[in-house]
Design a protein around this ligand. Structure first.
Ligand SMILES: C[S@@+](CC[C@H](N)C(=O)[O-])C[C@H]1O[C@@H](n2cnc3c(N)ncnc32)[C@H](O)[C@@H]1O
Length: 177
């Protein structure tokens, strides 16, 4: 089966060879944070669960990563912690794998975060949202509706999805022109 998180990483690596400021909007177990730490000079990470932040801190420490700052704060408040403009942002939505499945990203807060992020995007910034079908259907529909309203030529908006399974997540991507 297609591994969408691998495709997301390929899109990020293909778009630019390096980034200055990256934000991991949902650090979870830190897989994406670790990847971002390799392609960006500075990484900020957000999660609402201490368990997720602890797992990510450990992963970063085990890999001798020193360019990340983590915050136990919802991504809808990310701009209270990040004053830099942003080159790359990743939202891997849903619940913490191996954690409490009732704690899940919500359409309203994800949209609020995205609305706060857009004015902070630098030219040629990339935003990747990995959004699951099924349990995240409401969030997926809300995000799709929102990104369709972003104007050409200020944004390129793309969508990547499996057509023969609903188990794989989809990727929504934005490039700030
Ligand atoms: C699918 S996991 C992220 C996976 C992670 N990127 C990784 O590489 O392991 C989604 C995460 O979003 C977090 N989350 C839920 N609501 C959030 C919010 N408002 N702000 C930030 N993180 C949130 C959950 O706690 C969970 O850890």
């Amino acid at each position: 089966m297609i591994v969408m998180t691998d495709i997301a990483k390929k899109i990020i690596a293909e778009h630019r060879s390096s980034y200055e400021v990256a934000v991991d909007m949902t650090v979870g177990n830190g897989n994406d944070t670790l990847f971002l730490a390799k392609v960006a000079s500075t990484v900020y990470g957000f999660d609402i669960q201490r368990e997720a932040l602890a797992a990510t801190e450990k992963r970063l420490k085990d890999n001798h990563v020193t360019n990340c700052q983590l915050f136990e704060t919802g991504h809808e408040h990310f701009d209270t912690r990040v004053t830099d403009d942003v080159d790359l942002a990743v939202y891997n939505l849903g619940y913490l794998p191996g954690g409490d499945k009732s704690i899940i990203t919500q359409a309203q807060t994800t949209l609020e975060s995205l609305a706060r992020l857009l004015p902070k995007l630098k030219k040629n910034a990339l935003v990747i949202l990995v959004v699951y079908q099924g349990h995240d259907e409401k969030e997926k529909r809300a995000l799709e509706a929102y990104v369709k309203t972003l104007p050409v030529p200020s944004y390129d908006v793309f969508f990547f999805s499996s057509l023969n399974t609903t188990d794989a997540p989809s990727i929504i991507g934005l490039i700030k022109k």
